[in-house]
Design a protein around this ligand. Structure first.
Ligand code: ZN
Length: 360
């Protein structure tokens, strides 16, 4: 009887555990395709449903989730497949080529870095918690300013990286950018002015679920197509983006840069339409872009004209809702350059970002 009872007890214990297994939709593979097209209507129809990730004149690279491949082929019968599983390919490449112990930082090391910096420079650095993701990971950020514990009357600026989790160069470069400023603050007047005259906020990993598993998306969602936009004002975004929006609401960001990789392009709204922003705004966006790209010779322009129409991007949302001078910047020439190439990417980003901060 005793044995029987303990069996029942075991059974009762097991039921809630197995019952708790999450019924998340399976992670779909992302395939990559190249399409040559001179047909704007065709490309518009494709952009409505799929992600156009890069463009070289009339050649487009497009990402398609595996279950939607048949639908994609009806819109793009001449597209040529490049990879049937970009995340799988990237993981193989990343884990075989890169040493995460001394080049790129993994998610746990990124968080440790942020906590250490907040401890080492408590007079100018404050750790911020943005929120928790669908899989329970915490999004951390740093505030960097003089009198960092109080909200001063200084321009507030936001810098974000790894909205796409596989664009690991963005996180690493943003961390090194932060570390340089903090290390030089006491000796270098220019760096001190950046910190003292602004409230700088950094979120090195917007999409921890993607970053932690070296995948582009958060689950099956592209976070940079998931913001509400003028054609879908009530869109409910994936958790990591909803947290960013809430964080944005609590502050008054006058400028923001969302770092992506790759392409060496400085881009501003709109993304969702080829219509330009009002002339006075467009003049500011392009004037500031010119200053930012003077040293690194990145190309610049309106997102929808430089790449293609894309709905639900961060730059559109922050400009649309808050009139923030919101940029999306594609850095580097790959999502994960070799470790010995990281310093040259940082060189490109450094002066560009100083120029951006000093504008405000
Ligand atoms: Zn990206």
């Amino acid at each position: 009887m005793k044995k029987f009872k303990s069996l029942i007890l075991l059974f009762l214990c097991l039921v809630p555990i197995t019952g708790m297994v999450a019924h998340e939709p399976p992670i779909a593979k992302i395939s990559s395709w190249i399409l040559e097209s001179n047909n704007p209507e065709q490309m518009e129809a494709i952009a409505q449903k799929f992600e156009i990730v890069s463009r070289n004149e009339n050649q487009f690279e497009i990402y398609v989730l595996e279950p939607a491949i048949a639908e994609f082929k009806t819109l793009a019968p001449t597209a040529i497949p490049v990879s049937m599983d970009i995340d799988g390919d990237a993981q193989q490449k990343l884990f075989s080529l890169f040493d995460f112990s001394n080049g790129y930082r993994d998610f746990a090391t990124v968080n440790n870095t942020l906590m250490e910096l907040a401890q080492r420079y408590p007079h100018i650095v404050k750790l911020e918690t943005i929120g928790t993701t669908n899989s329970g990971l915490v999004q951390y950020g740093l505030k960097i300013s003089d009198n960092v514990q109080i909200d001063e009357e200084e321009p507030e600026l936001l810098f974000t990286a790894a909205t796409h989790g596989d664009e690991i160069i963005t996180t690493e470069v943003l961390l090194r950018f932060i570390e340089e400023i903090l290390a030089g603050y006491d000796q270098n007047q220019r760096l001190a002015a950046l910190v003292n005259n602004h409230e700088l906020y950094f979120v090195p990993v917007v999409n921890p679920d993607g970053f932690n598993s070296r995948r582009r998306y958060a689950g099956n969602v592209d976070p940079n197509r998931d913001y509400p936009w003028p054609g879908n004002e009530n869109k409910i975004p994936v958790k990591c983006i909803a947290n960013m929006i809430e964080f944005f609401h609590q502050r008054q960001f006058v400028g923001s840069i969302d770092f992506h990789a790759f392409g060496e392009m400085v881009m501003y709204p709109w993304a969702y339409t080829k219509t330009s922003p009002p002339p006075q705004d467009e003049a500011i966006f392009s004037d500031l872009s010119r200053r930012m790209t003077a040293a690194n010779a990145y190309t610049y322009g309106q997102i929808s004209k430089v790449i293609y129409v894309a709905q639900g991007s961060s730059a559109d949302f922050y400009y649309w809702k808050f009139r923030t001078l919101a940029y999306g910047i594609e850095i580097a020439r790959s999502k994960a350059p070799r470790v010995d190439q990281i310093p040259s990417v940082l060189n490109d980003v450094r002066e560009m970002t100083y120029q951006f901060i000093e504008y405000f």
